[in-house]
Design a protein around this ligand. Structure first.
Ligand SMILES: CC(C)C[C@H](NC(=O)[C@@H](N)Cc1ccccc1)C(=O)O
Length: 615
């Protein structure tokens, strides 16, 4: 370990810097930007792909969407184990990024309707092919994106030396902003691509392009990461830390069970039963991790609500009017409100709100921030319920009026006028109709219709789907509250997980933090399945109430939590172990250190001499 630390110091001393930051960081940040573009771009259109391309109903689409998201946050554990115990972070990122890119390509291919459209009517004839290929693609994407997630952030952190604490903190903020910059761009672009018409035999909505561009960006992410290869500090795998933790916990439990009789004196903490076999430092580190993991128990409920932006809220937007005058917003584009707000709220919170709260003499601790974040997310779902009631009421009214009456009542409704031409040889006729946003009609063309005359009167129509009258702008308050909640909960939670984790288990706790996201997505599936509420707004209220209860429980748990400084605790244990060591070991270690320092100084001299001769 000592050798590694000295090597790292030496490496960082020699590596190129830009404004005090290692140059390698820029490749990592650009890689994250492209990777998040790829992930969120694909995710933005996923529910609509399920609904309109694979023709699944809302419930199935929502279930598969959340299963996929859950899988994306389960796989970080796998990535952390592979990186720590076998391949190291660098190779894990490379290999899993390849798997990820293949998954994205599979998704793009699965969305080409022409592949199985044998009768060329615009609809796939072998839906099984498209379903299977897209499921394989999603599985590979989940493996790739989740697997690299805990590695990329930690790999970025590894590039900083102990003296670059401030730069490392700034790196994590920039990293979060990059996530949202990439996702913002992609959630604007991929819905536009999806709305295009494309195809070889017949034109259909272009899901293949909407998945193809994220696939290309994943390839770019991989290339950028490889280009930076020579500049990275690549820490060697530290051994299977997860395995050690599990074995140590297992031993503590079994040892406690063996000594359950009253004749054995009890120990302060149940983990102390592992002292008979394991290092005191490892036990202290596991205690720190368990304390934080216990606090994580209520957290999945936040993600349960948070991740419904991409499913229920997008589906809600499909029943709303997206006409903003100059531009028409697609339902899936509404999700861009989240990263836009993140990019503005993070700096505002950090430089205005938090300092102001501090000035007022309030100690706004990380756990208090997270509690407020949960409350705001619950508030967001109350807003979503109110909007849903509005939509339901407007749709109910529509069934009682015909379009002309409806326009008298809602004159502000935006109507699109379209003209159709019927043509047969030289003869043609035109007829025009008004359409509301989101509506659908069937026209009946009489077989006796004589082309060449005015066919406006002869063609009758039936309104299949009523126009949407509730404006999409009404979703903005719910997005505002959920994003303000995210800034308080997620950004603070990431920082909290990092600061409260022992030095060798930062990646483990990152994976634990991401696991709460996975569980949150599973809860959506369970609650939606079990509750089966007839009205969507009641489901929103149910989720808001559940989070409110969890928020109260979490605030009680947080009240009893005492913040720790892992570095200080670890140093204390190392000192104690050092005291126990005999003189011989001490001398040996000092000698080794001296020799290594001399080696490094010699190679330093050679390095600088080399530079001078080159100049
Ligand atoms: C919160 C995630 C677990 C962490 C992070 N996500 C975000 O920062 C989101 N605000 C990004 C986003 C963008 C568009 C639509 C929804 C969410 C991440 O992805 O790492």
């Amino acid at each position: 370990q000592l050798k590694d630390r000295l090597y790292k110091c030496h490496f960082i001393k020699q590596s190129k810097e830009v404004c005090g930051y290692p140059l390698s960081i820029f490749f990592i940040v650009v890689n994250e930007f492209c990777e998040r573009f790829s992930y969120y771009g694909m995710r933005a259109v996923l529910v609509l792909y399920f609904k309109y391309f694979l023709r699944w109903d809302d419930d199935l689409a929502t279930s598969i969407y959340h299963t996929f998201v859950a899988l994306c946050y389960l796989t970080p554990i796998l990535g952390a184990i592979v990186a720590d115990s076998w391949l190291g972070k660098f190779k894990t990122i490379i290999y899993l990024s390849i798997v990820y890119a293949i998954g994205q390509v599979a998704m793009a291919v699965s969305a080409i309707h022409d592949i199985t459209d044998t009768d060329r009517d615009g609809t796939p004839n072998n839906m099984t092919f498209h379903v299977v290929l897209s499921m394989v693609g999603l599985f590979l994407i989940a493996l790739g994106t989740g697997g690299i997630k805990p590695c990329v952030a930690a790999f970025g952190g590894d590039q900083f030396g102990d003296h670059q604490e401030r730069q490392r903190r700034t790196f994590f903020s920039v990293f979060y902003l990059c996530i949202n910059g990439g996702s913002l761009l992609s959630t604007i672009i991929t819905p536009i691509l999806r709305a295009q018409n494309c195809g070889i035999y017949s034109k259909q909505k272009c899901y293949s392009l909407a998945f193809g561009v994220p696939a290309a960006l994943m390839v770019v992410a991989l290339v950028v990461f490889i280009v930076g290869s020579g500049m990275y500090y690549k820490a060697k795998p530290e051994g299977n830390i997860m395995g050690d933790v599990c074995k140590c916990i297992g031993f503590a439990i079994s040892n406690r069970y063996k000594h359950r009789s009253k004749q054995y004196p009890s120990r302060e903490h149940w983990m102390d039963w592992a002292e008979d076999k394991y290092d005191k430092l490892l036990i202290a580190q596991i205690k720190m991790v368990l304390k934080v993991l216990f606090l994580y128990i209520p957290l999945p409920m936040f993600w349960t609500l948070f991740d419904q932006k991409g499913s229920r809220w997008t589906l809600q937007a499909t029943t709303m009017d997206g006409n903003f005058g100059a531009i028409v917003i697609q339902p899936d584009q509404m999700q861009t409100v989240n990263p836009i707000l993140i990019l503005t709220l993070v700096p505002i919170m950090d430089s205005v709100i938090y300092p102001l709260i501090k000035k007022c003499g309030l100690n706004f601790t990380p756990l208090k921030r997270m509690t407020v974040g949960m409350f705001l997310a619950a508030l967001a779902f109350v807003c979503a319920a109110v909007v849903q009631i509005e939509i339901d009421v407007s749709r109910k009214h529509l069934t009682y009026f015909n379009l002309t009456q409806f326009l008298k009542i809602f004159p502000f409704l935006i109507i699109i006028r379209a003209t159709f031409f019927l043509q047969s040889g030289q003869l043609s006729c035109a007829f025009s109709r008004d359409f509301g946003f989101g509506s659908s009609y069937t026209f009946f063309i009489p077989s006796t219709l004589s082309l060449g005359s005015n066919c406006q009167e002869s063609i009758t129509g039936a309104e299949d789907i009523k126009p949407n009258s509730v404006h999409m702008a009404l979703q903005v308050p719910q997005y505002f509250f959920i994003t303000a909640g995210e800034v308080m909960f997620s950004v603070t939670g990431l920082e909290f997980s990092y600061s409260q984790a022992p030095s060798n288990m930062k990646a483990v706790l990152q994976a634990g933090w991401l696991l709460t996201v996975a569980i949150g997505n599973f809860i959506v599936l369970i609650v939606a399945e079990v509750a089966k509420l007839p009205k969507q707004w009641t489901e929103y209220v149910l989720f808001a109430s559940l989070l409110l209860c969890v928020c109260i429980i979490f605030s009680i748990m947080a009240y009893f939590y005492t913040y720790i400084d892992p570095t200080e605790i670890e140093a204390k244990f190392r000192r104690n172990v050092g005291d126990d060591d005999d003189d011989k070991n001490d001398k040996q270690r000092k000698l080794e250190m001296e020799m290594m320092k001399r080696d490094l100084d010699r190679s330093d001299d050679e390095h600088y001499k080399g530079k001078q001769t080159k100049m």
